[in-house]
Design a protein around this ligand. Sequence first.
Ligand code: NAD
Ligand code: MG
Length: 394
Amino acid sequence: MNKPQSITVLGATGSIGKSTLDVLARHPERYRVYALTAYQQDELLFEQCVRFKPSFAVMLDEQAGLRLSGRVRAAGLKTEVLVGVEALEQVAAATEVDAVMAAIVGAAGLRPTLAAARAGKRILLANKETLVMAGRLFMDVVRQSGSPLLPIDSEHNAIFQALPERYTGDMGANGVSKILLTASGGPFRNTSLADLQQVTPEQACAHPNWSMGRKISVDSATMMNKGLEVIEAHWLFNAPADAIQVVVHPQSVIHSMVQYVDGSVLAQLGNPDMRTPIAYGLAYPERIDAGVAPLDLFKIARLDFVAPDFERFPCLELAYRALRAGGTAPALMNAANEVAVEAFLERRISFLDIPRLIAHVLDELPTVVVNVLEDVLSADVQARAAAQAWIARS
Ligand code: NAD
Ligand code: MG
């Protein structure tokens, strides 16, 4: 038996983080937890420390870090508690680490994920915002360091599984004609434009098929999540915007498909449970038990497919627009979206203001070429300021 792999889970207290720990706990002989991190949920992180005995626990928030230290000391655990962004980078890049689950939500995930890539770690990428903001830079770092990159987003994991084993990033040479990116359509798939004006954060966070963090739940309701995923697919698989087709598939059983030039379409199916892609990413190229129930096709009985509605879900169009514009446009869009989602969750703007606000930011700010990380970070700051100003005026 090989020595257990050492894993850092960035965003351990979130939806993906908890599912990751669930899979790790099923295979104690294969994996040990090196570090767990969270923003400020010290109570939950402490419970996870008791259970998984990591070498390090990192809190972004300093006060929460102090509380966690106290608890860890009182419990006599050997876990060392650190705080701040540099500490996140440190536990992502440490020599002892084999693989990093990148499951922080939003732009905050970029720096630690990049640190893991620079250090050549196996990266299990859930944080799609990293690729949306800095796709070219991140993929360049991954290529240079030789980091194995495993997509965890269920759609991209499905595409990864349906592509040829040695896919080179050249669709033509591999006989691939299209990526068919499935979308559940979210909780408002059949809601009229008039009714969308009134929807509440509670309704937006009640996803029909998946249980997820609040930010991605709102993204799913606006379909910005699918827009972010189009950009994510572009970078992961080197697919041009025109070769990525969104297909609304309400059952979320097919997690995405790859269409080949000979007419074949390969799909990956499964119950909507993130532990499947997480287990795949952890064990690749092997397969391990994920605790997921087998798919019952007779119970599912039918699979439906419809074209996306760009009128009711303008965020999808905005994402294609940002991808085609290139440069800092996707980073501007991502930042505007994060501000908009937060304002919507705080009831400061309406649901339909989300795409209005993003469109405004994309219209107002210039798109520039990305040469270095600073270009992305400065676009992020400018877009947040422009978005806040729009909210203050509205
Ligand atoms: P979540 O909100 O449930 O959890 C987020 C985690 O990040 C928490 O541990 C939180 O403490 C930490 N965090 C938040 N802000 C932080 C900050 N500023 N600095 C450091 N840590 C911070 O989110 P989630 O649903 O688990 O999603 C995580 C990522 O995975 C997102 O990028 C999301 O798009 C992606 N993703 C999630 C799912 C899903 O099913 N939940 C599916 C596909 C992709
Ligand atoms: Mg997804």
